[in-house]
Design a protein around this ligand. Structure first.
Ligand SMILES: Cc1cc2nc3c(=O)[nH]c(=O)nc-3n(C[C@H](O)[C@H](O)[C@H](O)COP(=O)(O)OP(=O)(O)OC[C@H]3O[C@@H](n4cnc5c(N)ncnc54)[C@H](O)[C@@H]3O)c2cc1C
Length: 425
């Protein structure tokens, strides 16, 4: 089979049509976007008896939520030491605790809502791409133990074959609490749960403009206007220009994935014997895992630009070259699928929740959104319901991206900067 430019996860269940109905004239809350953020918020709001309409420009879960690596990881994009130096111990402890709670939230939705999505607490590995990175793991483990009461294991290069069939790394760090999932099934399951709880989801309904009105807002879409008291913008980096306050603060960066054909049992076991989720320690990192049908799924930034048809095509030879460096054993194994999606980076690499007038947001997951987007969607819903919530990501300084108007022209330069850092350190 030729490499198909298509998201493999979408081949794992039959296509289904969601019936279309007319938009109501009004609702309590409009949620924009039907990814993890939008669906978990809609589920919580509907469970609390609020009328909620989810407006999705494409189809359910169309954005990053159906396209990602399905790695549900502990922690944040930034390491514990960086977080502590920036936010102090107390706030970092809350952030880390929230990352653990986020994993539990996903697991509780999966079990409570009976979502069949291949969820498994398989653990994750961070593999050291350089000896100095491995040396730093001991300090990370110490900090995790001391301040977060969280235990990770470290293994040196000579023992790594028990975890990975590659000799390009210098040892690794194992966190047994992380999980893996089929993300496209998870987001569909959440959407179904939201609908069961009473939310309405409207596909092919693109929000074009939001206007303030005396009682709240008028949300203009390609299918008419809907009035609401509040809005939750759960758009991720697929922002368009109708939310300029968010657009100015988010850098959209593509992430790309290739998937091989299913591997023979013995080869799959040689490459990732314990079926963990894996990523390396570079800034321009790679992440990889086996799918439940034993394909090697291998992703990375590849090209430092937002995802388009062209960048997906350009990323294939780059990712394939990098895959073979890690696992030369795959040289003769064909690639079946290649696809991409867009990540939402804030300048500080942190998630941000907040509110401007009647419009709430939760954004900036920087490649850690499976658990975070789901959990913060739930938290924002609770805040919208007026409940007091201790949320360490609420109102963090959220700086504007310099010269931001859509896609920053200097994005490739940032890419080169990170590549240089990876060469030097
Ligand atoms: C290739 C890739 C790999 C990744 N791997 C991982 C991983 O392994 N682990 C991890 O934790 N995270 C990963 N991530 C990040 C994770 O997928 C995201 O952080 C998460 O899915 C964000 O969810 P969301 O609901 O906020 O946004 P999305 O799922 O992107 O949903 C936003 C939705 O809003 C809709 N929308 C936008 N504008 C409008 C509008 N005007 N009107 C109506 N609808 C609109 C879009 O169509 C879209 O469906 C990855 C991301 C990518 C792209």
């Amino acid at each position: 089979m030729m490499t198909r430019e298509f998201n493999y996860w979408l081949t794992t269940f039959p296509e289904s049509e969601t019936p279309t109905s007319n938009l109501p004239e009004k609702t309590n809350v409009v949620v924009i976007g039907s990814g993890f953020s939008g669906c978990s918020a809609a589920l919580e709001l509907a469970k609390a008896g609020t009328s909620v309409c989810v407006l999705e420009a494409e189809t359910i879960g169309w954005g990053a939520s159906s396209r990602n690596g399905g790695m549900i990881l502990t922690g944040l994009k930034l390491g514990p030491e960086t977080l502590i130096s920036r936010y102090g111990i107390e706030r970092t402890q809350k952030m880390f605790a929230l990352s653990q709670a986020a994993l539990n939230t996903v697991e509780n939705y999966v079990t409570g809502e009976k979502i069949d999505c291949e969820f498994s607490r398989c653990g994750h590995l961070e593999m050291a791409s350089k000896p100095a990175h491995f040396a730093a793991y001991s300090r990370t483990a110490e900090v995790m133990d001391k301040y977060f009461d969280h235990h990770v294991e470290i293994f040196p290069r000579q023992d790594q074959s028990a975890e990975i069939g590659s000799n390009v790394y210098f040892g690794g760090l194992l966190d047994k609490t992380s999980a893996g999932v089929n993300p496209a099934l998870l987001v569909r399951g959440l959407a179904q749960a939201a609908v069961r709880a009473g939310a309405q989801i409207f596909e092919h309904t693109r929000v074009q403009k939001i206007e303030s009105t005396p009682g709240g807002v008028a949300v203009h879409t390609n299918r008419g206007i809907i009035h609401a008291e509040k809005v939750f913008a759960a758009t991720n980096a697929y922002l368009g220009n109708f939310l300029p306050h968010l657009q100015k603060r988010i850098i959209p960066i593509g992430s790309y994935i290739i998937a091989t054909e299913p591997l023979p049992d013995s080869l799959a076991k040689e490459l990732i014997p314990r079926n963990r989720m894996v990523f390396d320690s570079l800034n321009y990192l790679h992440y990889f895992r086996l799918t439940p049908d034993q394909r090697m799924l291998f992703g990375g930034r590849a090209i430092f630009k937002p995802e388009t048809e062209h960048t997906v095509r350009e990323s294939v030879p780059i990712l394939q070259r990098d895959l073979l460096k890690v696992f030369p054993q795959l040289e003769k194994i064909p690639l079946d699928y290649a696809w991409g999606g867009t990540l939402d980076f804030a300048l500080d690499n942190m998630p941000h929740t907040g509110r401007v007038g009647a419009i709430h947001h939760s954004i900036g997951f920087a490649g850690h959104g499976v658990a975070f987007a789901t959990h913060l969607g739930k938290i924002v819903a609770s805040q919208m319901l007026g409940n007091p919530v201790d949320n360490p990501f609420e109102d963090l300084p959220f700086r504007q991206v310099p010269f931001s108007k859509g896609i920053p022209f200097y994005l490739p330069m940032i890419g080169w900067y990170y590549k240089m850092l990876d060469l030097l350190f």
